[in-house]
Each structure stands twice: as C-alpha cells, then as structure tokens.
Design a protein. Structure first.
Length: 362
C-alpha cells in the first residue's frame, strides 16, 4: 500500500504555536510553487498504484479557486486504487461552497479541519481566526457533501479543564466521525515560545487526556491511536500507514518520503525548492532503525503490533528481546491476542518509555 503526501506551505495568517513548514500566502509564489510541484511529481512518480493521497500544509484551502483547480489537476496524475482515501486539510475560515465543489469534482473524499478550539480566548492565544459560529456553519455546510470529516483539537493551552469539556461537547454536537486531539507543544521559534507561554501542570494535562479518552469512547468513538478517535470505518487510512511504518511519497516543500527503506527529506528552503533543488537529504534505514520504527510507531496504535507479522517480516522473535521483556515486566505493555500493545493506563506516558527502545538490541 502506497501513500502520497503533498505539502502546500501557504497560510493566510501564521498561528502563534506553529512549527510547520509554512509561509504567508502570496499569489506569485503559489503560481511558481505549483509549477515546481508539478515538475517534482513528474520527475519522481513512476505510475505506481496509490491507496491514499493527503494534501496538508500549511493551509491548502488558502489557495483561491483557480489555484486549487490547478493543484488538483496536477495531482490527478496519480494512479489511484479503486478503494482510495483522498484528504485535504482546510481551515474553517477559508472554506466555501465553491471550494467544496472543486474538491468533489476531483474525487476528494475526506476533509480535515484545523479547528483547535471553539473557545474564543483559546483561539486568541493560539492565533486562530475563527469563532464558534463559523465552525458550526462551515462544518454543517461541508457535511452536506462529505461524510468523512475530521477536526483537530488542541488541549492544555491553559489549565481550565471546563474549556476542554466544552470543546469535546461541541465536537459531539457536530456529529462527525473523526477527531485528533493533541496537547499543546511549545516549539522553539514560535510566538508562544518566545512570549514564554508556560506548559500546564502535567497532572492537569493528564486529567484532560483521560477526560477526552473516556468521553469519546463512551460516545462511540474507537480510540485507535494515542491521539486519534474514529467511528467505525472512519479511521484515517493514510495516517495509519505512517504508524504501520508503510511506504509513502512526500512532494513539496519540506515533505518527507519513505520509499524502499530510504527516508528522503525535501528542502525547507523556498528559494531552493523554486530553483528545482527539491531534495535536502536521503538516509538509508538499516534493519535496526526499521525495527525501532516498527515498534515505536506501531505501539502508538491502541491495538498494537501483530507479533506474527513482525516476526515474519524480520525472521525474528519479538518476545525474545530484552527490551520487550523489560517493558512487559515493568507492566507498561501487554500481549493480547498475539498482539503487543501498551496498557491502557500507560497510554498517556507512552512517549516516555518508548524512548528506551531506541538503541536497544533488537
Ligand atoms: S494554519 Fe496551520 S500551518 Fe498555517 S500557521 Fe496555522 S497551524 Fe501553521
């Protein structure tokens, strides 16, 4: 199964927490960028069957109608599987009926909205432009044309858990099938970091995580990855392939590909990209790195890792490994139905103990 990621780095406004590869929208740059994106795709893509396409950013929906039409016609070069998933990321304030019609006409079947919060004070801290009414109006509009819709939420911006409860209640009211919930990360060079915005207390952050987990599960959402929840049949196939350490192309500024065990990173420098110097680095991943990635990514999935698959893939015995036995004996992970997975009560702490896998003998 092969995935394709396309990066559109343009945004109408830069958010205060954003560490992604992005620049302010500029129509001249968009035009030149699309020329080069097309060149890059044509020079690297060999016609393989593609299961998923994901257009991320940046804000792909910041492009105007003509630019979106051009982008999607460039992307129509991919040989899509009949059972495909095709996602585009959108901001709430840059979606309208014309764009929805363009998405439909090119076969897009999943919309992912960066909402982050419904609360006006949290939106102000994060530097997001929408308000609650806009979220409801534009998601209800989108729901008339698409059933597969995700929203991203950020929690832990301040220590008021009532805001998190209210955000989750509003998500449930929207009645859409997928949500990704992430705790705020203060990345260097972001406005929040420079302004010395503080992390909330870890116990509070954990209380929020557990509240979100329990509430969404009680309301029929399957918790399938540490931060992701979906109704039956709506798990993100594209993102799941990352956690299964699958192969994918990444095209565009700063995009990463993983093809034939090579991790290829594109340049994050727009001038270089527009000069046609797409690639920044290429790292061949040896078997140790592949095993580490299979474990660290696979244990993010709530159902964990299929032990037979892993053993067949590497002609190995996972349960013989010292690090796995240590994590089992420490009680962090367990084997259920021949799958290795993190115990529910340790999901919140998973990132800490998974670090021990790196460099261990596998
Ligand atoms: S819209 Fe997304 S990519 Fe653009 S600045 Fe905000 S968080 Fe970053």
């Amino acid at each position: 199964m092969l995935g394709v990621y396309i990066h559109i780095p343009f945004c109408n406004k830069i958010c205060n927490y954003c560490d992604f590869c992005k620049i302010l929208y500029d129509s001249d740059y968009v035009s030149k960028y699309l020329d080069k994106l097309e060149e890059e795709i044509k020079s690297r893509y060999k016609g393989e069957l593609v299961k998923t396409i994901y257009i991320g950013g940046g804000t792909p929906s910041s492009l105007n109608n003509d630019e979106l039409d051009r982008l999607l016609s460039i992307i129509s070069i991919f040989n899509l599987d009949s059972e495909y998933e095709y996602t585009i990321e959108c901001n709430i304030e840059s979606i309208d009926i014309n764009k929805i019609n363009i998405f439909k006409s090119y076969g897009i079947n999943r919309i992912s909205f960066g909402v982050e919060s419904f609360d006006k004070d949290i939106c102000k801290i994060l530097g997001r432009n929408h308000d609650e009414d806009m979220v409801f109006d534009n998601i209800y509009l989108t729901k008339k044309y698409f059933d597969n819709i995700n929203i991203d939420l950020i929690y832990g911006v301040n220590d008021n858990i009532e805001i998190v409860k209210s955000d989750i209640a509003k998500f449930l009211e929207l009645n859409i099938p997928h949500i990704s919930c992430y705790s705020l990360i203060l990345e260097e060079h972001t406005k929040l970091f420079i302004d010395k915005h503080d992390y909330i207390d870890q116990d509070k952050d954990r209380e929020m995580y557990e509240y979100i987990k329990d509430t969404l599960r009680k309301n029929g959402y399957k918790h399938y990855e540490i931060s992701n929840y979906a109704r039956d049949g709506y798990e993100s196939i594209h993102n799941k392939s990352y956690w299964l350490n699958g192969s994918y192309y990444g095209f565009g500024l700063g995009a990463v590909s993983y093809i034939n065990n090579n991790r290829i990173s594109n340049t994050k420098n727009m001038s270089k990209y527009l000069d046609g110097n797409y690639k920044d680095s290429c790292q061949y991943e040896d078997i140790q790195t592949r095993k580490e990635n299979d474990l660290i990514l696979g244990l993010r999935l709530i159902d964990g890792i299929d032990i037979d698959n892993y053993n067949n893939k590497y002609n190995d015995n996972l349960l013989d490994k010292d690090i796995i036995n240590k994590l089992l004996n420490d009680g962090y992970i367990e084997v259920i139905n021949n799958r290795l997975r993190c115990k529910d009560k340790y999901l919140y702490l998973e990132n800490y103990f998974l670090e021990d896998i790196i460099g261990s003998e596998l």
